[in-house]
Design a protein around this ligand. Structure first.
Ligand SMILES: Cc1cc2nc3c(=O)[nH]c(=O)nc-3n(C[C@H](O)[C@H](O)[C@H](O)COP(=O)(O)OP(=O)(O)OC[C@H]3O[C@@H](n4cnc5c(N)ncnc54)[C@H](O)[C@@H]3O)c2cc1C
Length: 379
C-alpha cells in the first residue's frame, strides 16, 4: 500500500470518480465549447466535500492535505476529466491559501468560506502584460490613501478571471518594479476594476482566462492579505503546492493517455493484426507506461516531503519539469498511435495534447524551474 492508497484515499478516489462520471462527463464537451464551467458545478462539488479537500475544516474546508488534493486531481483526469477542468473548478486552490495562512478571520469569512462552499469563485492575479516570470518586477501599484489603497495597472492570462467574484491580486506597494509586493483581495464590481476580453487559447477551453484592468480602484486596507510587503514571500511559499498540482496534472494526463492508447492499440487492426500485436507498438506503450510511472513516483515522493513541511524548493521544481517532460512525450506518442483519429476533436487524446501544453508554462515555466534547480546546485 502506498501513501496515496490508504483506505480513506481509496474512498476519496471513488467519490471523485462518481462525481466525474455523473456531473462532468455528460457535459464536458459543452463546457469546452462554452469556454467555462457552470457555477452550479462548484456548488455540487462543494456539497459532496470535494471542493474543500486540502483546506482545514476550521475555514470551511473538508480537511486533508496536499496528498489528498493530489488524489482528487489524479482521479479527475484518470476518469476522463482534464487538466483544464481541474484549473477551472479548483482555481480557489491558488486564490485562497495565502488568505488562509494569515488566519485573518474577516477575510476567511468573506472569501474563503464562500469559495469552499462553491458560492463564490476566486482567482489569483500575478501575471502582467509586461511579464509573468519576474514576480518581483510587477508594475500594478497600490498607493495608500487613508484606510484604502488606490490600485492602478493590469493583469493578464488570469484563470477564472472572467467568472471570479474576487481576485487575490499581487500589487506593488512602492514604485513599479521595486519588488515590494503585497496581496490585496479585489471584489468584482469595485469601481474601476474591469474584466477585459476572454482570451482564446490553444487548450484548457473549459477554463475561462481573462485580462483584468485596474483604474483608480479603491480597495480597503482590511483586504490586504497579511502585512505590507510580504506578498512575494507568500507567493513563493504557495508556489510549491501549485507546482505539484501541475506536476500531478502532467503525469495523470500521461497516465490517461497511456490507458487510451492501450485500449486503442488493442482494438485497432492494420494489415490484418491489432496494433498491439506488433512489437514496435508494444515497446512504445511499455516505454510510455514506464516513464509515467517513474514521474508519478517522483512527484509523490516530493509531495510527501512538502506535506511533511520539508524545504524542498529545488525538488518541487525538478518534479514539475520531470512530470511535464514525461507528459509532453507520452501525449505526443499517444496521439501518434491514434493515427488520423488522434487529430480529431472527437478523440479525447486530442484534447489532452492541447491542454497539456500549458503545464510547462503555468505556475513558473520550465526555464524558471531550471533556474531554481541550478541555484539549488550552487550554480
Ligand atoms: C492558460 C493560462 C492560465 C494562466 N493562469 C494564470 C493565473 O491564474 N494567474 C496568473 O497570475 N498567471 C496565470 N498565467 C500566466 C503564467 O503564469 C505565465 O504565462 C508564466 O508565468 C510565464 O510568464 P509570461 O507569459 O509573462 O512569460 P515571460 O516571463 O515573458 O517569459 C517568456 C519566455 O522566456 C523564458 N524566460 C523568462 N525569464 C527567463 C530567464 N531568466 N532565463 C531563461 N528563460 C527565461 C520563459 O521561460 C518563457 O519561455 C496563466 C497562463 C496561461 C497560458
Amino acid at each position: 500500500m502506498t501513501i496515496v492508497d490508504t483506505p480513506e484515499r481509496r474512498q476519496l478516489r471513488e467519490l471523485t470518480r462518481s462525481f466525474v462520471s455523473r456531473e462532468v462527463l455528460p457535459h464536458l464537451a459543452d463546457w469546452e465549447r462554452a469556454g467555462e464551467v457552470p457555477r452550479s458545478l462548484h456548488e455540487t462539488a462543494a456539497k459532496i466535500g470535494l471542493l474543500g479537500i486540502g483546506f482545514p475544516e476550521s475555514v470551511g474546508g473538508s480537511g486533508g492535505d496536499l496528498l489528498d488534493s493530489i488524489v482528487v486531481t489524479e482521479e479527475i483526469i484518470r476518469s476522463g476529466g482534464s487538466s483544464g477542468l481541474v484549473a477551472a473548478l479548483f482555481t480557489h486552490g491558488i486564490a485562497l491559501p495565502h488568505i488562509v495562512e494569515t488566519q485573518d478571520e474577516g477575510l476567511i469569512d468573506r472569501y474563503v468560506r464562500p469559495a469552499l462552499a462553491g458560492t463564490m469563485i476566486g482567482a489569483l492575479a500575478i501575471t502582467e502584460p509586461d511579464g509573468g516570470s519576474d514576480v518581483a518586477g510587477i508594475r500594478t501599484c497600490a498607493v495608500r490613501d487613508g484606510d484604502h489603497y488606490v490600485v492602478n495597472g493590469s493583469k493578464t492570462y488570469i484563470t477564472s478571471g472572467a467568472r471570479a467574484d474576487f481576485v487575490t491580486t499581487a500589487v506593488c506597494t512602492d514604485f513599479p518594479g521595486s519588488g515590494s509586493v503585497s496581496l490585496l483581495v479585489v471584489d468584482k464590481g469595485s469601481p474601476g476594476f474591469t474584466v477585459g476580453r476572454r482570451l482564446e487559447k490553444l487548450g484548457w477551453h473549459c477554463s475561462d482566462t481573462a485580462e483584468l484592468s485596474f483604474v483608480d480602484v479603491r480597495v480597503p486596507v482590511s483586504n490586504r492579505v497579511g502585512p505590507e510587503d510580504t506578498g512575494f514571500l507568500a507567493i513563493m511559499q504557495q508556489f510549491a503546492n501549485e507546482r505539484l498540482s501541475l506536476a500531478t496534472q502532467a503525469y495523470a494526463t500521461a497516465q490517461r493517455c497511456v490507458d487510451l492508447a492501450v485500449r486503442w492499440c488493442r482494438d485497432r487492426s492494420t494489415f490484418g493484426r491489432p496494433l498491439a500485436g506488433r512489437q514496435v507498438v508494444r515497446h512504445r506503450l511499455a516505454e510510455m507506461h514506464s516513464r509515467t510511472d517513474a514521474a508519478r513516483a517522483y512527484v509523490h515522493d516530493v509531495a510527501e516531503r512538502v506535506a511533511a513541511g520539508q524545504p524542498v524548493v529545488t525538488e518541487v521544481a525538478m518534479a514539475k519539469n520531470v512530470a511535464v517532460a514525461t507528459c509532453d512525450w507520452v501525449v505526443d506518442a499517444a496521439l501518434q498511435l491514434h493515427g488520423g483519429f488522434g487529430y480529431m476533436r472527437d478523440a479525447e487524446v486530442e484534447r489532452h495534447y492541447r491542454d497539456s501544453r500549458l503545464l510547462g508554462i503555468g505556475g513558473g515555466t520550465t526555464e524558471i524551474m531550471n533556474e531554481i534547480i541550478a541555484k539549488g546546485m550552487g550554480l
